[in-house]
Each structure stands twice: as structure tokens, then as C-alpha cells.
Design a binder for this molecule. Structure first.
Ligand code: SAM
Ligand code: DTB
Ligand code: SF4
Length: 335
């Protein structure tokens, strides 16, 4: 190699490093900054979260999404929290993809109960193309009822994402679940990058992204900060951010994990709100086990969306009458 060529190579390498360093610096939310939010005195954290919340949203308005498991159980993945994995004996029976009419009836019931978004979940690692064609029909039917549509079907290729978008799908839910460094303790059958790839395919197809995670899986506070940083540094960050508290299901490896302090859950919501000011932050799974007081703190911390209806996918959720009563007590209105 000539001296000149060698010098050019060195300059190129140095500038690539500088670009990478600059990109890292430009991260909106370095993990340290997110971790510092977690460390704030509780009242200061909630004050900041509430201020941010009021900049972009009506603080007394909470959006309601209804979930339906359109294909339950028998999933080949080994997600350590999930009752639908074939790897664990949880009593969840594997079913087939639901018929169109059953889904339409459930969506009509959701409209009547006051939901504005309908999310269809399937226990797949990734759908086959012919599954996507069938789900596209469901999306069209649900959208025709005036609902916003959301699906969570596992990993998605670019053409599959495009097909769903063309059918009218508004949101695709695909969670990062936890921080990159904690991920391998929870799931071994797919990696973090595969999740990011699906999210990129969803974005490219022009859909809104619904992406969050689960806390209470034995992770450290630093790891919770790591999850929020991953979400907040996406460009753009997700429009919808579900924060789930682990629902412990007997038979799953994470059953028996130490319970997370409820105030730490509230902190996680507040930190998500501050770092992703325009997102819908959803107080997601785990509400059935939460007191009304903790839920009220979550709304104060900036949560402005819930899952609404008696069931999540396979586990319970507060019934509609109980949620109506809570909304009434807190003076919350549907968004
Ligand atoms: N199979 C698809 C996937 O994993 O992307 C879609 C359905 S999956 C059940 C959707 C999400 O539900 C998971 O990513 C996880 O965040 C959440 N989830 C599953 N089981 C849970 C549990 N026991 N507690 C809290 N969240 C849970
Ligand atoms: C999300 O973040 N939480 C929902 C939805 N997206 C698909 C699922 C929660 C599942 C809880 C366990 C179950 O009911 O099976
Ligand atoms: Fe399958 Fe999704 Fe459950 Fe993982 S979370 S086991 S991919 S249904």
C-alpha cells in the first residue's frame, strides 16, 4: 500500500470514529441521564413529569384500547414471562386464528364499551404470508367500525408490514421488553436486533409504532433506565409506549420473581413521560393487581392510555365497570 493510500485510510477511519462518537453524543437520552431521572426525589420527578405531560396533552384525558387475542398459545418462542410459550406448562391451550365474525363482534363490543383503539394479538414468532393476508381482512373490518387498529403478531418483514399498512393498520406493537444487557436472561430464541429490524420495517411502511417493555422481571433500576433510553433514543421515538408490569403466571420461569415496589413502577411511567413527551404512555399489563391509588399516581406521572376490557390476552384486567368508577372518581375522561 502506498504511503498516500495508507494516510487516506487512516483519515477515513478517524472520521468514521468521530461520526460514531458524535452520534453517541447526540443521543437524546444517554442511559446516565435517564438513570439520573430515576434517582430524583419522588415529588420532584412527578412534578417534572406532570409539567411535561401538560405541555402536550390534556392531563385529565386517558385513551382506552381493547385487546383481543386472535390466535392464542402454542408459540415457539421462549419469552420467560409469557404464558403462551410452548416451552412452559401454564394451562393455556393453543388455538387457531379466530374467524372474522368473532373478531368483528368483539370489536363492536369494544366500541360500545367506549374503546377507541382495538389491538389484535397473535402468539406467533412471525406470521406466515398467508396469515398476514387473513389478518389484513380483520384490520379492514375493524377499521370500518371507526376504531383505530393495532396488531401485534411478532416479527414482520418489509412486504408484510406494507400489506398490513395497505389494509389500514394504524399501529404495530412490538416491544423491546427490557434493556439490551438484561434481554438474554429473558429470551433466547430471538435477539434484540431482530426486534429493532421489525420496528424499522413497521416505520418504513408508514405505520405508527407502539413499543415498550415489561418491568418487574428482576431487572435493576439501571436496566429499567436502559430500556427507557432505548425507546427514547429511537428516531423518532414510538407514538405509543406500553409499560407493562410483569403478570406472574404459574409455570413460566419468571413466576415467583420478587415483586417490584409499586412506587418504582410509577417512577418508570414518569421517566417514560419525561423522555418521550409526545407519546401515549400506556399503563398496560399488571393493572388488575394494582391499587386505585397506584393507578392514580401513574396517571399523575403521565400515563394517558390503558387497556380496557376484562381480559388482556390470556390474563385478567379490571372490568369495565370498575374502570368507569375509577375514571369517575378521578374526573378522567376518555381520550
Ligand atoms: N407474539 C408477539 C410478540 O411477542 O411480539 C405478540 C404478542 S406478545 C404476548 C406481546 C407482548 O406482551 C410481549 O412483547 C410482552 O411485552 C407482553 N407480555 C406477554 N406476557 C406478559 C406478562 N406475563 N406480563 C406482562 N407483559 C407480558
Ligand atoms: C403490550 O405491551 N402488552 C399487551 C399488548 N402489548 C399486546 C399484552 C399483555 C399481555 C399480558 C399477559 C397475557 O394476558 O397473556
Ligand atoms: Fe410468543 Fe409473543 Fe409470548 Fe414471546 S411474548 S412467547 S413471542 S406470544
Amino acid at each position: 500500500m502506498s504511503q498516500q493510500h495508507h494516510t487516506i485510510q487512516l483519515v477515513r477511519r478517524a472520521s468514521a470514529q468521530a461520526v460514531a462518537a458524535a452520534a453517541a453524543e447526540q443521543q437524546r437520552w444517554p442511559v446516565d441521564a435517564v438513570a439520573a431521572l430515576f434517582e430524583l426525589p419522588f415529588n420532584d420527578l412527578l412534578w417534572r413529569a406532570q409539567q411535561t405531560h401538560r405541555e402536550y396533552f390534556d392531563a385529565n384525558e386517558v385513551q382506552r384500547s381493547t385487546l383481543l387475542s386472535i390466535k392464542t398459545g402454542g408459540c415457539p418462542e421462549d419469552c420467560g414471562y409469557c404464558p403462551q410459550s410452548v416451552h412452559y406448562d401454564t394451562g393455556v391451550e393453543a388455538g387457531k386464528l379466530m374467524d372474522v365474525q368473532v373478531v368483528v363482534d368483539a370489536a363492536k363490543a369494544a366500541v360500545n364499551a367506549g374503546a377507541t383503539r382495538f389491538c389484535m394479538g397473535a402468539a406467533w414468532r412471525e406470521p406466515k404470508d398467508r396469515d398476514v393476508e387473513k389478518v389484513a381482512v380483520l384490520v379492514k373490518e375493524v377499521k370500518a367500525l371507526g376504531l383505530e387498529t393495532c396488531c401485534t403478531l411478532g416479527m414482520l418483514s418489509k412486504p408484510q408490514a406494507q400489506t398490513l399498512r395497505e389494509a389500514g393498520l394504524d399501529y404495530y406493537n412490538h416491544n423491546l421488553d427490557t434493556a439490551p444487557e438484561a434481554y438474554g436472561r429473558i429470551i433466547t430464541t430471538r435477539d434484540y436486533q431482530e426486534r429493532l429490524d421489525t420496528l424499522a420495517n413497521v416505520r418504513e411502511a408508514g405505520m405508527s409504532v407502539c413499543c415498550g417493555g415489561i418491568v418487574g422481571m428482576g431487572e435493576s433500576r439501571r436496566e429499567r433506565a436502559g430500556l427507557v433510553a432505548q425507546l427514547a433514543n429511537m428516531d423518532p421515538y414510538p407514538e405509543s409506549v406500553p409499560i407493562n408490569e410483569l403478570v406472574q403466571v404459574e409455570g413460566t420461569p419468571l413466576h415467583g420473581t420478587d415483586q417490584l415496589d409499586p412506587l418504582e413502577f410509577v417512577r418508570t411511567i414518569a421517566v417514560a413521560r419525561i423522555t418521550m413527551p409526545k407519546a401515549r404512555v400506556r399503563l398496560s399489563a399488571g393493572r388488575q393487581e394494582m391499587s386505585e391509588a397506584v393507578q392514580a399516581l401513574c396517571f399523575l406521572a403521565g400515563a394517558n392510555s390503558i387497556f380496557y376490557g376484562e381480559k388482556l390476552l390470556t390474563t385478567g384486567n379490571p372490568d369495565v365497570a370498575r374502570d368507569e368508577a375509577l375514571f369517575e372518581k378521578l374526573g378522567l375522561k376518555a381520550g
